[in-house]
Design a protein around this ligand. Sequence first.
Ligand code: FES
Ligand SMILES: [Fe+2]
Length: 348
Amino acid sequence: MFIRNAWYVAAWADEIGEAPLPRRICNEPIVLYRDAQNRVSALLDMCCHRGAPLHMGKVVEQGLQCGYHGLIFDRSGACVSVPGQDRILPRTQVRSFPVVEQDAFVWIWMGDPAKADPAQIVPWPYHNDQTNWPHRHTMYPIKAAAMLMVDNLMDLTHLGYVHTSTIGGNPSQHVEAKMETERTPLGLKFTRWMLNSVAPPTYVKAVGFQGRIDRCQRFEFVAPGSVLQWTGAAEVGTYRDGDTSDSKLQFRLFHGLTPETETSCFYFWSSANGFRQDDPTATQQLFDQVGAAFLEDKAVVEAQQARLAELGEGGLVDIVTDAARLHMRRTAQRLLAEEQPPQAFAAA
Ligand code: FES
Ligand SMILES: [Fe+2]
């Protein structure tokens, strides 16, 4: 089951060019395309004539043309042209999904279109600010449930075990990190302080730290699948009073987890360089290092998914450092429950 009345990242805006892009989201086959006016649209990827996938067609002046017998659909999903036929029956249409292009993303609403409010989309203006936050972005397909990836981001004690060669540091610092947590209507925010700690290899590469450093990470989870991250570091002693304005290293990461099926998802992520903004190699290096770390997450979470599928979740136990993760899960459960019709709940 998926939360449907919510905005998900469907694609990076630059993924959608002239060719229609097929993508399964919340287990529904979707086709994304850009029309002649440069507007992105999303339709169910199945022609209402004989069921051919619409992504096999092409974009024409009036909309998206099915590649089988040439029906054309506009962005509302209405058929606007049937070859060899003047009158078009009103039910000659396919389902359309609300989409919004914003901050280099294409967001999609998978639920009741009447409830789709673009004001609820998570803003990430840094993607438009190449001067202060030059960034790079990509998408990793993950063979695991989206929620397992969000779990991964909510419990950063894994950094000291999974990411020792990149963004890690040593395990005890992560376990002992001081956490400040704040609940929000759609999730939670937390800050982790790791003062007087070992500089991870990525940080040393980025700004040449020598010796120990103060580290701070601020995370926000916004249901159902966005995790916003700011990370900073400075010479040891700088963060003593809780002030991070004098960071030597800072970067922002956006994590967008979108379900493909119950057991697979898309990991849209970006890294924005806030420390050597006029140096493109620094932006690239950060992206490469973060990308390498996320492949480490992908490997462990995909293996976890395979084991859970095989043996189930029955015997799993929670530990103290799961607190943020558990709150995240409760928020997601609440939103899911709010969407279910009462009779479906009673039946369950
Ligand atoms: S299946 Fe699409 S036009 Fe026939
Ligand atoms: Fe990780």
